[in-house]
Design a protein around this ligand. Structure first.
Ligand code: NAD
Ligand code: UDP
Length: 338
C-alpha cells in the first residue's frame, strides 16, 4: 500500500504554527488557490462558499484532506465557527457576474463584511478583507496610491461592487477603531491565472478562450484603456505575508503588478503566444469602465517586503497551458456526447 503523504494529526499538533483558518469565497478563483496554499503550509482550512461564482470542482482536490472542510453558506447570514484567523474573499469579482444580481453583490460586500467582522470580534482574531482597485473608480491620479480617495459613480452599474467594497473598508476601520480588532485590508488589482472559469467574463480568460477557439477577440472600446495584471501566485503570497505581519500593519495596501498594458496590446500578446488566427474586433465599451489603472505598490514593498515576481509573458504562458487543457477537455466531452 502506498503510504499516505499527508501529515498525521499528531504531526499537525506538534507544529506550533498550525492555525485554523477561515476562507470565505474559498471555492472561487483566488480563494481556491489560497486554500490550497494554506493546506500545503500545514494549516486547517474551513472554506465557506455559496457557489454563486465558485465551484466545488475548484477545491475537489482538497476534499479528502483531513485538514480541509467545505461549508455551503451565504455570508449575508451570520456564521458560527471557531478559527484563529479569517480571510474574507466572498464576493463575485467579474463585472459580468457582479452586475447580474447587483443587490445580492452589495449585500455580500456589506452584510458579509459585518457578519465576518462580528465573528472576528467574538473570537478576537485577525481578519483580512479582499478589497479592490475598483474603490478608486475611474482614477484621476496615476498610478494610484492608497492615499487617493477615488472617483466613483455612486449610481452606475459598477456601483454595487465599488460602493459595496468601499463600505466594507469603512466597516473594517470602524471595527478596528471601536473594538481594537486587528484588521488587514488589501486592494487587489486585476489578477489572473490557472483556475479561472472559462465563463468568468474577465478579460484575460475571455481573450485566451477566444484565441484558442479561433473566435474573434472582443476588445471593448478602442482598447486604449489600461490595466496592470498580477499573476495569482504572487497575489496569494502577498495575502499570506500580510496576514502574518504585525498587527500595526492594517493597510489598506495596494496589491498588484505595476506593469501596465493597454487592453489592445494584451489582445495582441495573447494572439502571439497562442499562435491564434483570431481577428481582433472592437465592440462597445461598458459604462464607467476605468480608463487607466496601475498600482503604486511602494507601501506593500516598504511595510511587508512584498512585490510580484511573475512577469506577464510567463504568467500568460502558464494560464494559456491551463486553458489549452480545459478547451481540449470541452471538445472531447462534446465528441463523446455526439
Ligand atoms: P470569484 O468570483 O472567482 O470568487 C468569489 C467567491 O465568493 C466565489 O466562490 C463565490 O461563489 C463566493 N461568494 C460570492 N458571494 C458569496 C456569498 N454571499 N456567500 C458566500 N460565498 C460567496 O472572484 P475572485 O477573483 O476569486 O475574487 C475573490 C475576492 O477578491 C473578491 O472579494 C474580489 O472582490 C476580490 N478581488 C479580486 C480581484 C481579481 O482580479 N481576481 C480583483 C480585485 C478584488
Ligand atoms: N474587456 C475587453 N474585452 C472583454 C472583457 C473585458 O476589452 O472580453 C476590457 C474591459 O472593458 C476593461 C478591461 O478589459 O477595460 C478589464 O476588464 P475586466 O472585466 O477583466 O476587469 P475590470 O478591470 O474592468 O474589473
Amino acid at each position: 500500500m502506498t503510504p499516505d503523504p499527508r501529515p498525521s494529526p499528531t504531526t499537525i499538533k506538534s507544529c506550533s504554527e498550525t492555525r485554523r483558518v477561515l476562507v470565505t469565497g474559498g471555492a472561487g478563483f483566488l480563494g481556491s488557490h489560497l486554500c490550497a496554499r494554506l493546506i500545503d503550509a500545514g494549516h486547517r482550512v474551513t472554506c465557506v462558499d455559496n457557489f454563486s461564482t465558485g465551484r466545488r470542482a475548484a477545491v475537489a482536490h482538497l476534499m479528502d484532506h483531513r485538514r480541509f472542510e467545505l461549508m455551503d453558506h451565504d455570508v449575508t447570514n451570520p456564521l458560527n465557527v471557531v478559527v484563529d484567523e479569517i480571510y474574507n474573499l466572498a464576493c463575485p469579482a467579474s463585472p459580468a457576474h457582479y452586475q447580474l444580481d447587483p443587490i445580492q453583490t452589495l449585500k455580500t460586500a456589506v452584510l458579509g463584511a459585518i457578519n465576518m467582522l462580528e465573528l472576528a470580534r467574538l473570537l478576537r482574531v485577525k481578519i483580512l478583507q479582499a478589497s479592490t482597485s475598483e474603490i478608486y473608480g475611474d482614477p484621476q491620479i496615476h498610478p494610484q496610491t492608497e492615499g487617493y480617495w477615488g472617483n466613483v459613480n455612486p449610481v452606475g452599474p459598477r456601483s454595487c461592487y465599488n460602493e459595496g467594497k468601499r463600505c466594507a473598508e469603512t466597516l473594517f476601520y470602524d471595527y478596528h477603531r471601536q473594538y481594537a480588532l486587528p484588521i488587514k485590508i488589501i486592494r487587489i488589482f486585476n489578477t489572473y491565472g490557472p483556475g479561472m472559469r472559462p465563463d468568468d467574463g474577465r478579460v484575460v480568460s475571455n481573450f485566451i478562450i477566444q484565441a484558442l477557439k479561433g473566435e474573434p477577440i472582443t476588445v471593448f472600446g478602442d482598447g486604449t484603456q489600461t490595466r496592470s495584471f498580477c499573476y495569482v501566485d504572487d497575489m496569494v503570497d502577498g495575502m499570506i505575508r500580510l496576514m502574518s505581519s504585525s498587527d500595526s500593519v492594517t493597510g489598506p495596501l495596494n496589491f498588484g503588478n505595476p506593469d501596465e498594458v493597454s487592453i489592445l496590446s494584451l489582445a495582441r500578446e495573447i494572439v502571439t503566444i497562442t499562435g491564434s488566427t483570431s481577428e481582433i474586433v472592437f465592440t462597445r465599451k461598458p459604462i464607467d469602465d476605468p480608463t487607466l489603472r496601475r498600482p503604486d505598490i511602494a507601501a506593500a514593498r516598504d511595510q511587508i517586503g512584498w512585490q510580484p515576481a511573475v512577469g506577464m509573458e510567463e504568467g500568460l504562458t502558464r494560464t494559456i497551458s491551463y486553458f489549452v487543457t480545459m478547451v481540449a477537455g470541452m471538445r472531447s466531452a462534446r465528441v463523446t456526447e455526439a
